[in-house]
Design a protein around this ligand. Structure first.
Ligand code: L14
Length: 345
């Protein structure tokens, strides 16, 4: 079986670490693996299968042709923030390397496919070297909604998210841990640094910056990205994105209005057969998706499916998935798997 040379840029970050795990647990056909990060964490050693790989400082590379000649890279997985992506993704792509970029940098560019493998793998092509990995909250929502949209056409989505702290990175995770420990010891809780306010024992209705229309950027990403991935600019999305004191997995309360009616039991049957989706929906048994159950899992869970009592063609549901896996690292690795399966590299 052919093997491929892979780079991970941002390897030491919360998502980068999961990218390595996904490549390993999914038995991705890796030949050489190159790890890059900024000078802050370069030099660190990371384990991959039985190998120990030293993280290289990306800023020490000034001859980009080595991505092709010396490293012979096929695919680079990026998760080092939008500014690194903006600078470095084109330098890899110009050397013929496919870049799967987890940042928001290129997502809405016309010639950049924005891909969720269960939804729009057909948007990938051999000559579009930069591919964007969507926002975590958007990915888990469209995986569940696409089969419903295909069946009865979704007109409108109203969603509130309950987003885990890991979305804001490893330092934010430390912040939640530390605040909780201080509280438990009866000590004064230190000032928040990574998040806008104390997150322990709190919820914060702000993720990313505010825009002129009073929505946050995260909320507008859910609108723009849903339309692009679903290939339908008529779908309306109004989101409220909220940070909750959960380590892993985003949860979402999702209300949809459809053109034709779909009953809750029809939706359940449809979603039972949907790729990457597991229905957990037995209220009488107290069974519904929980973030602590979704953490570490490679699927998206949906439950609490019910017919809306305020409108004819409405459904309400609860969607949960690991934000670092399907919301980031897993989706990126799945895109890489499709590039290989289609023979693009
Ligand atoms: O657009 O939970 O990819 O802080 C991913 C992490 C948006 C914010 C993105 C979070 C970001 C999100």
């Amino acid at each position: 079986m052919k093997k491929y040379n892979i780079a991970v840029v941002g390897a030491t970050g919360a998502v980068g670490i999961e990218m390595l795990k996904m490549l390993e647990t999914r038995d991705f056909p890796v030949d050489h693996l190159y790890l890059f990060a900024s000078s802050r964490t370069a030099g660190q050693k990371m384990k991959f299968k039985n190998r120990e790989i030293t993280v290289e400082d990306i800023n020490k590379i000034n001859d980009y042709s080595i991505f092709k000649t010396k490293y012979q890279l096929n695919i680079a997985l990026f998760s080092a923030g939008a500014s690194v992506s903006k600078e470095w993704a084109p330098r890899f792509a110009e050397q013929g390397v496919f870049v799967v970029d987890n940042s928001s940098c290129f997502r809405m560019e016309k010639d950049v496919p924005l891909v969720v493998p269960e939804v729009n793998p057909h948007d990938l092509s051999k000559d579009k070297k930069i591919i964007a990995n969507p926002n975590c909250s958007t990915i888990q929502m469209v995986v569940v909604l696409k089969p419903i949209h295909d069946a009865v056409k979704i007109k409108r989505i109203i969603v509130s998210t309950y987003q885990a702290v890991s979305g804001a990175g490893g330092k934010a995770l430390e912040e939640l841990k530390n605040q909780t420990l201080c509280w438990a010891k009866g000590e004064k809780i230190p000032q928040a640094v990574k998040l806008p306010y104390q997150i322990a024992f709190n919820v914060i209705p702000q993720i990313d910056i505010f825009l002129d229309n009073a929505y946050t950027k995260e909320e507008i990403k859910m609108l723009d990205e849903t339309q692009k991935i679903m290939g339908d600019s008529s779908i309306k999305v109004s989101a409220t994105c909220v940070r909750v004191p959960v380590f892993l997995s985003h949860s979402e309360s999702v209300w949809i209005e459809t053109e034709q009616k779909m009953t809750a039991s029809e939706a359940r049957d449809l979603l039972k057969n949907a790729e990457g989706v597991i229905v957990v929906d037995e209220p009488s048994q107290k069974k519904y998706p929980l973030p602590i159950d979704a953490a570490g899992q490679q699927v998206t869970y949906v439950g609490r499916i019910r017919e809306d009592i305020t409108t004819e063609n409405g459904l309400v549901m609860w969607i949960v998935s690991d934000n670092l896996l399907k919301g980031a690292a897993l989706n990126a690795v799945q895109i890489a798997e499709i590039l290989i399966a289609k023979g693009f590299c």
